[in-house]
Design a protein around this ligand. Sequence first.
Ligand SMILES: NC(=O)c1ccc[n+]([C@@H]2O[C@H](COP(=O)([O-])OP(=O)(O)OC[C@H]3O[C@@H](n4cnc5c(N)ncnc54)[C@H](OP(=O)(O)O)[C@@H]3O)[C@@H](O)[C@H]2O)c1
Length: 305
Amino acid sequence: MLILITGGSGFVGWNAVRYFVGRGQDVVATFHTFPHYLHKVAGCRPIPLDFAERDAIDQVVARFQPDIIIHTAALARPQEISSADLLTLVNVDATGHLARAAAERDIPFLFLSTDLVFPSNAGLCTESSPTAPSGAGGYADSKLAAEDAVRAAGGRWIIIRPTLMFGNGTPRSNSFSQFLDRKWHSGQRAPLFTDQFRSFLYVGDLITAIERVAIEQPVANEIFLCGGDERLSRAEFGLRYADACGVDRAMCNPMRADELPGYAGGGSDITLDCSKLRATGWRPRGIAEAFDVMLRERDDNWVVG
Ligand SMILES: NC(=O)c1ccc[n+]([C@@H]2O[C@H](COP(=O)([O-])OP(=O)(O)OC[C@H]3O[C@@H](n4cnc5c(N)ncnc54)[C@H](OP(=O)(O)O)[C@@H]3O)[C@@H](O)[C@H]2O)c1
């Protein structure tokens, strides 16, 4: 099977590339600004691709004729998004274009959305809870619009809405645990909100969820929520991560979101009921077990750069 993974240089994509190559799959992985060591993964073919260019998208699909597309590429860092037009072009229009290309070839198209499609104080959510993105500089709106574009494309689409993720990655990874690592390694205390609650998800568990619903037990035209078992505030997560890493708890700076100068978002509470995904047999690791895996991988020099 040839898997096309878009955003292979990103946090999720990089983990997905390594996992699927390790499972013996043939992987083509796209990057935009920097390949982030994709060229060092035996069995992976790194390909530059800018999702602002439709012809380039068509050329990659026509050239490699994938059996499945796992679409992780996105402008996924709300704090770094400078242009609403580019956000729409990359996150919405390009996603719809790629989904149509998959539909024309009758291959599965797996799209990563976000739990931020729910209102900020939604509480416990299921797949049928009402969506109403808020804040985050248009990022969450773009992901919900992209979901609409994927469904409109027809074909065999699957949408997974993961929550806030942690795990190892490249030096630039969009991982909450690496945000903490970077703060601590530079000697700074990490601001950790006490009033933002999520079902923190280990990135490796997202990858096994993708494998389950797209490859092992393929479904079509379904949405899944994907989160861990524990509802934690960012502060609770940070303290547990500090303990696991042997970092002094004083390096955590618990505060309300409105106490961080310049931060536009407020408190939030989005917890995911993942019964639908669990019904497939998928299970997330506990937080402690995920930390063990991450730290072991580092001992094995897994983290690059
Ligand atoms: N991280 C989380 O906690 C989280 C939570 C919920 C949902 N998600 C979703 O999961 C997916 C993956 O997120 P992530 O954390 O892996 O993000 P990330 O680390 O920021 O990676 C984003 C990827 O998209 C690529 N990309 C950005 N602009 C592009 C463009 N114009 N053309 C082609 N590729 C482009 C980047 O390429 P370069 O690096 O080469 O520029 C990178 O490979 C996203 O859809 C995101 O919305 C993430």
